[in-house]
Design a protein around this ligand. Structure first.
Ligand code: TXA
Ligand code: MG
Length: 311
């Protein structure tokens, strides 16, 4: 692995693209200080140039040099959650150029905890701009083979790191203004952030900074997906004449050929979610019917991803 990581760091230094595992999902990395490398990253991903990207570093201290103001709240969250599945939005320093911030005055920073990600970041020594390693709008990858499904020859190297332990993207909290705002729910919940910061963490509003995760039908399979409350799932299956795939908590129904039974525990559910969506997407069905999870806070991040998948 060390030799692979050294090769990957060399590719990044030369302006190349390296996919790497993180504890949330796989990222597609480029040198965050190189306009040409980031331009290539956007082109390969098919991502609009005005969408900002997360900058990954190996430690909090170098990460904070990308911000011109580091509030006490950011230091507290870094001490508690980095390395880990948390991204912070801060006012950018002049290191963070328009090509990583999408021209905004803020920058997204994260120190991931996956050992291979940390090895890579240390070997490279700089900051790595990395969106999830999927084609724009598609389901995020949680294994190296998912990355290969979306990109065959366009990227220079894929580092192997097993299945991502968390399975959904990092929590994003905006600390660039006085009041913290939750831009994307994740494994670290709003309640945990509020407890740590001893203050309310507001929801994103329409005036919150643009972020592509906020677009409708992001994280989406190609097959139309429908989110249904448990009591409507059966009726929908009975009603449909086309072949459907189902993602549900309950036991498989013999009328349905493709059925993935999901765990009733949110962490285990999140870990399997994207692989399941990709599998059902490949089943060539008319629709993916998804049984909606409980309305409780511990399912927030999953409900967020499912409602986007269902458009
Ligand atoms: O778990 C993750 O966060 C993964 C791994 C690879 O670290 N990365 C990831 O990146 O999910 P991406 O690009 O798929 O999603 C990052 C989100 C986007 O919705 C982007 O718009 C938002 O972060 N973002 C980045 N910079 C921002 C900024 N300055 N202000 C507001 N949102 C920002
Ligand atoms: Mg993404």
């Amino acid at each position: 692995m060390n030799q692979e990581v050294r090769r990957a760091a060399k590719i990044l230094r030369a302006g190349g693209l390296v996919a790497f595992p993180t504890e949330t999902v796989y990222g597609l990395g480029a040198d965050a200080s190189s306009a040409a490398a980031v331009a290539r990253l956007y082109a390969v991903k098919g991502r609009p140039a005005d969408h900002p990207v997360i900058v990954h570093l190996a430690d909090a201290a170098p990460a904070f040099t990308w911000a011109r103001e580091v509030p006490a709240s950011a230091r507290a969250l870094a001490a508690r959650y980095w390395p880990g599945p948390l991204t912070m939005i801060l006012k950018r320093s002049d290191r963070a150029k328009d090509f990583v911030t999408g021209g905004q005055d803020s920058v997204a920073l994260r120190v991931p905890s996956h050992p291979v990600a940390l090895l890579l970041l240390r070997a490279f020594g700089g900051a790595v701009a990395a969106p999830s390693a999927n084609l724009h709008g598609h389901v995020s990858p949680t294994t190296a083979s998912h990355v290969r499904e979306d990109f065959s020859r366009q990227i220079d190297l894929i580092l192997e790191g097993g299945s991502s332990e968390i399975g959904i993207e990092s929590t994003i909290v905006d600390l660039s203004d006085e009041k913290p705002v939750l831009l994307r729910p994740g494994r670290i919940s709003r309640q945990e952030l509020e407890r740590e910061l001893q203050t309310r963490v507001a929801d994103r509003t329409s005036s919150s900074p643009r972020h592509s995760g906020g677009l409708e039908r992001h994280y989406a399979p190609k097959t139309p997906a429908l989110l249904l409350p448990p009591h409507q799932l059966d009726a929908e299956i009975a009603k449909r004449s086309d072949k459907v795939a189902v993602l549900a908590f309950s036991r498989p129904d013999e009328r349905v050929e493709y059925w993935i039974r999901m765990p009733r525990e949110p962490r285990a559910y999140a870990q399997r979610l994207y692989a399941a969506l990709r599998e059902l997407d490949g089943a060539d069905c008319g629709a993916i019917l998804i049984e909606s999870p409980p309305e409780t806070a511990e399912w927030d991040a999953i409900r967020d991803r499912l409602s986007r998948a269902a458009g």
